[in-house]
Design a protein around this ligand. Structure first.
Ligand code: ZN
Length: 157
C-alpha cells in the first residue's frame, strides 16, 4: 500500500487591476455577462466568458426554468455556445463571476461538479490547459488548468 496526495496550487488576486491585460479583459467579460443572466427564481446572476486561442471571447450566463432541472449554469451555457458556434477553435481560458442585485459577490463563486466535468472535456478537445479564473469583487482565484479544480478527471476519449 502506498499513500498518495494531491496538491493544488492557484494564484489569489485582490482586484482586477492585479491581473494581466488578457486575464483582466476575460474577467471583466464574465462580470459583464452576469447582466445576461435569467434567474427569476434564485436571483443569483452568474456570468461566464470563454477565451479562444485567437483572443476572441464569448459569453454565457445562467438560465433558469420553471422546470428546475431544465435550466443551465453560466459555465455550460458559455462552453456549449463556444463549441457549437466555433467548433474548430481551441479554448484557452474561462472566467466566472456571480452577483446579486447588480453587485458582484465579494468572494469567487466556484463551479459545480457538472460544469467542471464539461470544462475538462473542452480542455481535452482543445489539446491544451484551460485556465480557470473565478472572479469575486474582493478576491480572484486563478487556476492554470481544469485539473486543479477536478483532480483525477474522468476522460474516456
Ligand atoms: Zn454548473
Amino acid at each position: 500500500m502506498t499513500n498518495k496526495e494531491i496538491k493544488i496550487a492557484w494564484r489569489e488576486y485582490y482586484g482586477l487591476d492585479e491581473l494581466d491585460v488578457q486575464d483582466r479583459e476575460l474577467a471583466q467579460a464574465a462580470i459583464d455577462a452576469t447582466a445576461l443572466s435569467y434567474a427569476p427564481y434564485s436571483g443569483f446572476n452568474v456570468g461566464a466568458a470563454v477565451l479562444f486561442e485567437d483572443g476572441e471571447i464569448v459569453k454565457g450566463a445562467n438560465q433558469e426554468n420553471a422546470a428546475y432541472p431544465s435550466g443551465l449554469c453560466a459555465e455550460r451555457t458559455a462552453l456549449f455556445y463556444a463549441s457549437a458556434s466555433r467548433p474548430d477553435k481551441a479554448m484557452t481560458a474561462i472566467a466566472i463571476a456571480a452577483g446579486q442585485n447588480g453587485k458582484i459577490c465579494d468572494m469567487p463563486a466556484t463551479p459545480c461538479g457538472a460544469c467542471r466535468q464539461v470544462m475538462a472535456q473542452y480542455q481535452t478537445k482543445s489539446g491544451r490547459p484551460m485556465k480557470v479564473i473565478l472572479v469575486g469583487e474582493k478576491l480572484i482565484w486563478s487556476f492554470d488548468k481544469v485539473d486543479d479544480l477536478l483532480p483525477l478527471i474522468f476522460d474516456s476519449i
